[in-house]
Design a protein around this ligand. Structure first.
Ligand code: PMV
Length: 324
């Protein structure tokens, strides 16, 4: 039996589109920051002689994860049943993603409980099979998910660019605007974009340069460059979503209001103070430095943005096994 706590990650350069649906192999790479335990998933996996497999997520019976089968095979315990209990400390119905932290916690706890001692790379590959973006949550600090070329996905995993302590002041100010669940799951949305968007090819052609610029901005702690990059990158992803047929729109009027406020803030300052990025949902993630968060929340509220909740998440160290 083992328990693991893992956290979500926020992508600076985003993953949107697969070259293999079953293995969750992406068309292009991505770059992210794994968050601290402000938001966290805590998962216990027990192979201790149960009559059947069970999976309980936040107190409710859930679908037993496939990836456990592969872990059992590799550990030579194919016949042992598992009891899995997982809990998220996320604010309920906040629309903040939990699949990345959930699958990272699951594979780290399950491999530990099964007695497997895997490399970070192998753990990342396993987490990716649960949910693509989860492969980045296995890595602490700043991570690049390499798209890889192989058909079996063995070269598609995340690697650390820099540890969390490299840039302690950098935060994701997660603004909760709307509790509604997203209409289109990312899996179906991506598939539709790859199949129909004319602009998608241009997005993919620009990804390598964007990833290397993002790596440079992280390594040199170049905040103005990073802030500009995340905004343009998020807008690019949401542009191909809109170019999908039928169109996909995760951002809403409240999201766009927040974008306007941030652009005013950035233009009125002598240097950029922050940048926004949006995933497959309406909530803005404002990438900024810790000391600026109060001023940004104030500006959003003064700009008429309905801020339900604001969470300040720094960079985190990645999954940890909890003993005892
Ligand atoms: O792996 P998924 O299905 O959670 O996809 C996540 C996709 C985005 O959050 C929109 C972008 C990203 O890279 O995290």
């Amino acid at each position: 039996m083992a328990t693991c706590v893992a956290t979500p990650n926020i992508a600076f350069v985003k993953y949107w589109g697969k070259r293999d649906e079953r293995l969750h192999l992406p068309v292009a790479g991505s770059v992210s920051m794994t968050l601290d335990e402000t938001l966290a998933s805590r998962t216990t996996v027990d192979f201790g002689g149960f009559p059947e497999d069970s999976f309980v997520l936040d107190g409710r019976k859930g679908e037993f994860p496939d990836v456990i089968g592969e872990i059992r095979e590799r550990a030579g315990i194919a016949r042992l049943k598992a009891r899995i209990v997982s809990r998220n400390n996320f604010p309920p119905a906040a629309g903040l993603a939990s699949s990345a932290s959930g699958f990272a916690a699951l594979v780290v706890a399950a491999t530990d409980a099964a007695g497997l001692r895997l490399s970070g790379r192998d753990l990342s590959v396993l987490a990716r099979k649960g949910s693509g973006s989860a492969c980045r949550s296995v890595v602490g600090g700043f991570a690049e998910w390499r798209a890889g070329k192989r058909r079996d996905g063995s070269d598609s995993y995340a690697e650390q660019i820099a540890p969390a302590r490299h840039w302690r002041g950098l935060v994701d100010l997660a603004i909760v605007l709307d509790g509604a669940r997203k209409k289109m799951p990312s899996r179906a949305g991506m598939r539709q974009t790859v199949a129909t968007s004319d602009l998608y090819g241009a997005r993919v052609a620009g990804m390598a340069a964007k990833i290397s610029e993002c790596r440079r901005a992280i390594i040199e702690r170049d905040a103005p460059a990073l802030f500009a990059l995340v905004m343009r990158e998020s807008n690019n992803m949401h542009a191909v979503m809109l170019d999908t047929w039928p169109p996909i729109s995760y951002m809403n009027d409240e999201s766009r209001k927040a974008v306007c406020v941030i652009h005013e803030l950035v233009n009125n300052g002598r240097e950029p103070v922050c940048g926004y990025t949006f995933d497959a949902g309406p909530n803005p993630h404002i990438i900024t430095t810790r000391r600026r968060t109060g001023g940004i929340i104030k500006a959003l509220k003064e700009g008429g943005v309905k801020v339900r909740r604001a969470l300040v998440c720094g960079a985190g160290d990645g999954p940890r096994i909890v003993r005892g």
